[in-house]
Design a protein around this ligand. Structure first.
Ligand SMILES: NC(=O)c1ccc[n+]([C@@H]2O[C@H](COP(=O)([O-])OP(=O)(O)OC[C@H]3O[C@@H](n4cnc5c(N)ncnc54)[C@H](O)[C@@H]3O)[C@@H](O)[C@H]2O)c1
Ligand SMILES: N[C@@H](CCO)C(=O)O
Length: 350
């Protein structure tokens, strides 16, 4: 039985939930998936770092989090020590789930780079490294014979990237449009229900949807990163963040939304990209009042959906959860499953 030793970088909603899944469903994972997962290191900005090659007692680690509690109380350190932990721990796979920094992706870009350079695979839900340094990091992974997987960076646990790459083979993708941020979609819906902005955002935060700074959700920075990822990963656009124009929903008022609903339209924050006749790609994020018969108009709550424009099939839509601790923790697990499948295939062909 293969055992993958993993390190959790960032021990917030997503990585804690992955630890809970491993702690409570380990036997089921083993019997269903054919491998074991063992957490050998955890770091967190607030909790410090804990490195235990024999395996961390997750029941203990998951209880941590009280005021001023750090890993120092359990044989670890109050210091995060990310570079030393990432480069030197015995993990096969680094699970990076720290804050997304939409400006330069740091320090997560460095976390991923240190892991790949030290021969460790990486799975991440952090949009920064994927959007801003994706090509460079994928190349570094290949050079080092390891994997860089990031299914959770767009649409959380909904496997849109893998589905599009594997199931759209033979099709030419000419563009896409989608609802790619669960928080803003949830907020728009709750404002239609009559809540004000702040109350709706608070609910999204309590549900674990929102970024550490929810302005990233509301002002469109999160969708801008996701549009960049999809455009470069699936349309081979070769564009940069500055090429994706961005407008958020902070200027919208509940009355605007209710007026549109009465007129048979729903305001949505839509991310889109399209290939131009000269082959260039135009991309952006903006609020749009969609007619009720539009394929995206009925997408509600934290659900996401993206419609791809294809040459042979016309529009093909993928829809599913776009945010949520469990849904996103599953994305990391799906990345590890993909790594295991690739490793098993290589072994079978050896
Ligand atoms: N929550 C979701 O629905 C969702 C979905 C898809 C992607 N994501 C992305 O996944 C990542 C994690 O999301 P989350 O909901 O767990 O966020 P979170 O804020 O709950 O947890 C992030 C954790 O990372 C820690 N951290 C931040 N910087 C660190 C550093 N330099 N070193 C070590 N630890 C650090 C924080 O202390 C925190 O505990 C984010 O980048 C987010 O954008 C989240
Ligand atoms: N804050 C993001 C998490 C998923 O990337 C959202 O609401 O969609």
């Amino acid at each position: 039985m293969t055992t993958y030793d993993i390190a959790l970088i960032g021990f917030g909603g997503v990585n804690r939930t992955l630890a809970e899944l491993i702690n409570t469903r380990g036997e089921k994972l083993r019997s269903e998936l054919g491998f074991d997962l063992r957490v050998v290191a955890i770091t967190d900005l607030r909790l410090g770092s804990l490195v235990q090659p024999e395996g961390v007692d997750l029941s203990v680690a998951l209880k941590l989090g009280g005021d001023n509690e750090t890993f120092a109380a359990y044989g670890g350190s109050a210091d995060t020590n990310n570079e030393a932990v990432i480069r030197n721990c015995t993990a096969d796979i680094i699970c990076e789930a720290t804050f997304t920094n939409p400006d330069d992706g740091e320090p997560a870009v460095s976390h991923v780079r240190w892991a790949l350079e030290s021969g460790k695979s990486v799975c991440t839900t952090n949009k920064g490294p994927v959007a801003l340094r994706g090509a460079e990091l994928s190349s570094l992974a290949e050079q080092n014979g390891v994997h860089f997987e990031f299914e959770g960076a767009v649409m959380s646990g909904t496997p849109v990237i893998r589905l599009a790459k594997k199931m759209f083979a033979g099709l030419k993708l000419n563009g896409f449009e989608g609802i790619l941020n669960g928080t803003s979609n949830y907020v728009l819906g709750r404002m239609e229900d009559g809540l004000d902005f702040d109350a709706a955002i608070k609910e999204a935060q309590e549900l674990g949807y929102a970024e550490a700074n929810p302005a990233a959700d509301i002002e469109g920075y999160d969708v801008q990163l996701k549009v960049l990822i999809l455009a470069n990963e699936l349309l081979d656009a070769g564009i940069e963040l500055k090429d994706v124009h961005r407008q958020g929903i902070s200027s919208m008022a509940p009355e605007d939304l209710r007026k549109a609903a009465r007129a048979g339209r729903h305001w949505k924050l839509v991310g889109a990209a399209r290939r131009n006749p000269d082959g260039s790609v135009t991309a952006g994020v903006s609020p749009v009042a969609l007619p009720l018969d539009h394929g995206l108009a009925g997408v509600s709550g934290a659900t996401n959906a993206v419609s791809f424009e294809t040459d042979l099939l016309g529009a093909v839509t993928i829809s599913g959860p776009g945010a949520g601790r469990v849904e996103t923790a599953y994305a990391l697990l799906s990345d590890i499953i993909a790594m295991h499948a690739a490793r098993t295939e290589v072994a079978a062909n050896a």
